[in-house]
Write a protein that binds this ligand. Sequence first.
Ligand code: PA5
Length: 428
Amino acid sequence: MEDISLDLSSINDFIDKELYNSLLAKMPECLDNLRKANSLGANYTGWVNQDVDFEYTQIDKIISSVNRLKEKVNTLVVIGIGGSYLGSKAIIDALSNDFSNSSVLFAGHNLNSSYLHNLAEYLQSREFGICIISKSGTTTEPAIAFRFLKSVMESKYSSTEIKERIIAITDKSEGALRQLAENESYESFYIPDNIGGRYSIFTPVGLYPIAFAGFDIKQFLEGSIRMCDKVFNSETIDNIAFSYVCYRNMMYSKGKKIEILANYNYKLNFVSEWWKQLFGESEGKDGKGIFPVSLCFSTDLHSMGQYIQDGERHLFETLISVKKPKNDILISKDIENLDNLNYLSGQSIDYVNKMALKGAKKAHVSGGVPVVEILLPCLNEYYMGQLLYFFMISCGLSGYILGVNPFDQPGVEDYKRNMFSLLKKPGF
Ligand code: PA5
């Protein structure tokens, strides 16, 4: 079966061979350090060996819990923020039909009272359950949303019913949410100690909501296993993750400090949001790090196209393209042709999209913005598993090349301290 691939053919003019090769030479050792949990942040590399340590996914328990829950619940509100919601939202958005009612909704990823008010109103007409996800169990945004949505549940269901409708995903033994789950006898799943929030998509954090949305989590995991196998068993020169890491770090060394992740399929917009957290939080520290930005083309070619083509030359672009759309539409012929579109009649909309991609890629490269392309054969669970694992392993490697710990996030605490002191939280 075909795999995800990386096309570097259009960056020849930007390659500094000596620098690229020196980065490439460091890759096998970095990968080995990740595998053996032997370097910075080693306590958080539990996701690296997808092919070996697979018990942590708790997959069979997830599938039976989802089946049970679905007997009474048609809408699941997933409460979480950052790594506790972005991955599952990314996969569900990528694979869902746009206009049919969504069975999975998200909360706790903002502090917006109108959002929660409107959600509560909507839930009055739904049979709903809650999946509260927090590794630390103490994050403010999800805790506030949970307290509120539990009160909405209390106005609708009996206490026995409520217990059957709440699922908690948190640390195995510590934190307020673990305590609460035990006190209230909620069904619960654990996030392994050695896997941090933004690397947790292949644990119940990602798998539970994706399974509830009706997608095949076994295929999703198969994709990650395949990519893991590919990365660990390819020759250095052909290794897809090594190539991506060397390319982006070479660009960074050359002063291109901003990476645009662009897609030509808005269904991947939340993959980009997930990717931004993954790379931004993993690399942006110690005064270093590529700044991750995301755009959706061709939409954003009409807003950011000018800057990319002609603005400051501190950009490089990583494109995600999907070879085969799920559905395609042929452009019809119009007798009057007042819109002058008959030259496209008989062509498909996806063909036009692909020509926009080719045209913009060529233009950006000639304008001094290097572009590499990640090609997905199609959008399904298997390739999404490949893609997310590819980014995770690349991010770990890239952090090591940069000399930072890709698994911590000390900077995130600063705003929290200020906010807690303004809110007069005891102890702040
Ligand atoms: O990557 C991380 O660890 C963070 O972004 C967390 O995912 C985010 O802050 C949510 O934390 P928690 O799951 O503890 O509520």
